[in-house]
Design a protein around this ligand. Structure first.
Ligand SMILES: [Mg+2]
Length: 203
């Protein structure tokens, strides 16, 4: 087997997986009545109490309902839909990248979500179990992980994560979303997940 060229760190939610829509359902089940955002758009950010009027108790109840240590929680993570950006071209590009590079999905999902996440990637993104790694960092501290795994590329949708990861020696692609607008000189802003993967193919 040839040695992988690079270690590529990939975020999941907002890049490959659609987290918001199912989580909003869970929030509503917890009694939250959320202020609306434009149809067909992502909410501006995930600060449900601050921006959208959920109470902290409702948010806490929603997170408890998706705790991956419970059967229901595991199902939640395993059944997340693909992000609307994920076309068949994305799946093909990812499959090709996996033959060239070492792919590591680094996600801020709750602790215990790694196994459901692995199964989700195999099932939804079509990667074989030995084609990728998953690292769950519930503290949201990706920068030290990127350094530890020697990642030379990061694909991310969170502006705050990208800013925190600016200290890691990574070429960072920030996938453009409504909620991540703002100056970020440490990243290359790309219009879609596919555009990020295409640029990595060219490296
Ligand atoms: Mg994300």
């Amino acid at each position: 087997m040839t040695r992988p060229l690079r270690t590529i760190a990939l975020d999941l939610d907002g890049v490959f997986a659609e987290f918001n829509t199912p989580f909003v359902r869970v929030l509503r089940d917890a009694g939250a009545s959320l202020r609306p955002w434009p149809k067909g758009h992502d909410p501006e950010c995930w600060h449900w109490p601050q921006r959208y009027g959920a109470t902290y108790e409702q948010e806490q109840a929603a997170w408890a309902a998706v705790a991956p240590t419970t059967f229901e929680g595991e199902l939640f993570w395993m059944n997340l839909p693909l992000h609307r950006d994920v076309t068949s071209e994305v799946i093909t590009a990812l499959d090709w990248l996996a033959t060239q590079h070492s792919l590591v999905f680094v996600t801020g999902r709750p602790s215990g979500a790694a196994s459901a996440t692995r199964r989700w990637i195999e099932h939804k993104l079509g990667l074989a179990h030995d084609q990728f790694e998953v690292i769950v960092t519930p503290e949201g501290r990706k920068a030290p992980i990127l350094s530890a795994i020697g990642a030379s590329v990061l694909v991310e949708d969170s502006l705050s994560q990208v800013r925190q990861c600016a200290i890691a020696p990574c070429r960072t692609y920030l996938v453009d979303r409504a909620y991540n607008q703002g100056e970020c000189s440490s990243a290359i802003r790309v219009p879609s997940t596919l555009a990020a993967l295409r640029q990595i193919e060219e490296l």
